[in-house]
Design a binder for this molecule. Structure first.
Ligand code: KG4
Ligand code: ZN
Length: 336
């Protein structure tokens, strides 16, 4: 129903975002105010600074989202907001803003799980996509395989035991002297390197496990760089980037395809910031073609944090009566 307009706010990490979506799937506006330049000089997100920036940005960003969509607040059917997982102080800013708007207007409030939001970005990007499918969510904070049985029915298949895939990209980039966020930097550098140059470990692949582990890989890259330095050997940055990236991608691809087969679905959905990785997209496309699985992933803007995906998720919750009350609180370690 395109008359149903959802406004959403996303402040879980370092982007302040607000969006208006019609009928759950049509983006009317998706304003993203990135704090990347602010955090770059510290080599990563500084939580306290993120919270303060969200406070400055949240109301102007909401205003801009409504204005660009050409709708008044009174026309909104539901207000969605990310309440976890994420940085507690950052989440609280969005939650407080959404609660204030809901309280002042009487518009229903819908608390949204950020990971579910990432998955739902695919509904915005692909009009024909419907559950059931298996989703691989790969971001700075998460690496999870999720069975999406229906719009409001999920089951966690497996997740990382330690570092998230994006976290591994960011940490490896940092030791290589590349700026934050490191994922896109490694992606670019790797294009000129040989992915078979260095044999970095692929964890937990032998067993039929749907869990991931990336901290050993991160240490292996660190050891490789340290040893080369001690021996005075020159290393090819491009080869290190390509070989590291290949190790991450191999594991992600094999487990995602395995999960789709195990759950007997012929659709696989890729989501989260790392979904923008060019090698992951290429290798997963190849593997899915081979296995007769249809692969979906969003464009770059909808891969990384944005409020449109939260508005989409909020729509489907709202339609099934899954609304929140004004006691909604931030839950930093919220599970799927
Ligand atoms: O989903 P997202 O914007 O925020 C979280 O919810 O964490 O994901 C950000 C993560 C960062 O770790 C960033 O380095 C990674 O996604 N990323 C990439 C690429 N673009 C973003 N990693 C690998 N290749 C990329 N092209
Ligand atoms: Zn995210």
């Amino acid at each position: 129903d395109n008359a149903c307009l959802t406004l959403a706010i996303e402040t879980s990490c370092d982007e302040t975002s607000a969006a208006v979506v019609a009928g759950g799937r049509q983006i009317l506006s998706n304003i993203i105010s990135s704090q990347v330049p602010v955090h770059q000089k510290f080599g990563g997100v500084v939580p306290e600074i993120a919270s303060r920036k969200h406070i400055e940005n949240v109301i102007p960003v909401v205003d801009e989202a409504l204005q660009q969509a050409g709708v008044a607040l009174a026309q909104i059917s539901a207000i969605g907001v990310t309440y976890g997982p994420g940085l507690v102080g950052a989440l609280l800013v969005g939650v407080a803003a959404a609660k204030a708007l809901a309280f002042a207007t009487g518009i229903p409030l819908v608390g949204v799980n950020h990971l579910e939001g990432h998955i739902f970005a695919n509904f915005l990007a692909h009009a024909e996509l419907e559950p059931p499918f298996v989703a691989l969510v790969v971001s700075g904070g998460h690496t999870s395989l999720v069975s999406v049985q229906d719009y409001n029915q999920f089951a966690l298949i497996g997740q990382t035991r330690d570092d998230a895939a994006g976290e591994a990209f960011d940490k490896v980039a940092r030791v290589m002297g590349l700026p934050y966020p490191g994922g896109p930097q490694i992606d670019r550098l790797a294009a000129a390197g040989n992915p078979a140059a260095i044999d970095f470990p692929r964890a937990l692949t032998g067993k039929s496990s749907f869990e991931f582990s990336f901290s050993g890989l991160k240490s292996a890259v660190l050891n490789y760089l340290n040893q080369a330095e001690q021996r005075g050997q020159r290393v090819s940055q491009a080869d290190v980037a390509a070989s590291f990236q290949a190790a991450v991608v191999d594991v992600l691809v094999s487990k995602a395809v395995q999960a789709a087969r195990f759950y007997s679905v012929d659709r696989l959905v890729l989501a989260g910031g790392v979904a923008a990785n060019s090698m992951l997209q290429a290798k997963l496309t190849g593997a899915c073609t081979e296995q007769d699985i249809r692969l979906y992933y969003p464009g770059a803007v909808l891969c990384t944090d944005n409020a449109a995906m939260i508005a989409c998720r909020a729509y489907y919750q709202f339609c099934s009566g899954k609304v929140s009350d004004l006691y909604l609180n931030a839950v930093p370690s919220l599970k799927i």
